[in-house]
Design a protein around this ligand. Structure first.
Ligand code: DX5
Ligand code: ZN
Length: 225
C-alpha cells in the first residue's frame, strides 16, 4: 500500500435538512474527501441530487468533492459536474461503451478520473483502462442505497486490483472502496490494498467527527501494527 489512507464520508447518509452542519462536522473530524452519490433513478433504483446541490455546498467548504456518477449517459454530464465543483469524477464501466473516451473527457476538465466496478462486474474489465485513471472505485455493495452490508468478495477483488497496479508499476492509482465500510472491516480493506474508504451510515449516526477519527484509527492500525 503506497498511498495515504483517506476517509471519504458519503453525504448520502447525512441530514439533508442541514447539510452545512454535517459538512462542518466532517471538517472537524479532518476527513480527506467528501463523497457525493449522484443517482438518477435509472442506472440505479434511487434518486439523490444533482449539480445544484453540488454547486451550493461547493460554496461552503474547501474539501475535495468526489462525484460518484450512478447515472445513465454520464458522458453528457461530465462538464456540468466539473463546473459545479467536483474534484474527482467516477463513472461506472457497466453503462459506458466508450470508457476510455469519458476518462479523457474528465481529465480534459482538469479533474481526477475514476472508474467504478459493481460487485458482479469481472475485475479484468478494469485492466484495459487502469493506466489512464487516477483512481478505481470498487463497489462492495450493489449501488443505490446506503446502509447495506459489505459483500465479502471485495477483499479478493481489491487484492487482484492492488496486485495488478503493483505489477504494472501504476502505483499512483488509488483504490477506493464504497459500501458497508465500518470500523471493524476498515483494517482488512486497507490490508487488501485499498487507501480510500467511503463510509456513509457508519459515520453519519452519533458523533460524526468522532466516527471519522475512529474509522481512521481502525484503518491505520494496519500501518502501526
Ligand atoms: C451506494 C453509495 C455509497 C453509500 C455508502 O450506492 O455509492 O456511497 O452511500 O453507504 P454505506 O457506507 O452506508 O454503505
Ligand atoms: Zn458512492
Amino acid at each position: 500500500m503506497n498511498n495515504k489512507i483517506k476517509i471519504a464520508p458519503s453525504l448520502l447518509s447525512a441530514n439533508f435538512a442541514n447539510l452545512e452542519n454535517d459538512i462542518r462536522q466532517c471538517e472537524l473530524g479532518n476527513c480527506d474527501i467528501l463523497h457525493l452519490d449522484i443517482m438518477d433513478g435509472h442506472f440505479v433504483p434511487n434518486i439523490t441530487f444533482g449539480t445544484p446541490v453540488v454547486k451550493s455546498i461547493r460554496k461552503i467548504t474547501k474539501l475535495p468533492f468526489d462525484c460518484h456518477l450512478m447515472i445513465s449517459n454520464p458522458d453528457c454530464f461530465i462538464e456540468d459536474f466539473a463546473n459545479a465543483g467536483a474534484d474527482m469524477i467516477s463513472i461506472h464501466v457497466e453503462n459506458q461503451i466508450h470508457t476510455h473516451r469519458v476518462i479523457s473527457q474528465i481529465k480534459n476538465c482538469g479533474k481526477k478520473a475514476g472508474i467504478v466496478l459493481n460487485p458482479a462486474t469481472p475485475i479484468n474489465y478494469a485492466y484495459e483502462v487502469l493506466e489512464f485513471v487516477d483512481f478505481i472505485l470498487l463497489m462492495s455493495v450493489n449501488p443505490g442505497f446506503g446502509g447495506q452490508e459489505l459483500i465479502t468478495s471485495i477483499f479478493r477483488r481489491c487484492e487482484s486490483i492492488a496486485n495488478f497496479i503493483e505489477n504494472h508499476n501504476l502505483r499512483n492509482i488509488e483504490i477506493e472502496i464504497d459500501g458497508g465500510v465500518k470500523f471493524d472491516n476498515a483494517k482488512s480493506l486497507i490490508d487488501a490494498g485499498a487507501n480510500i474508504l467511503v463510509c456513509g451510515s457508519g459515520i453519519f449516526s452519533g458523533n460524526i467527527a468522532e466516527n471519522i477519527n475512529t474509522l481512521r484509527n481502525s484503518a491505520e492500525e494496519t500501518i502501526k501494527g
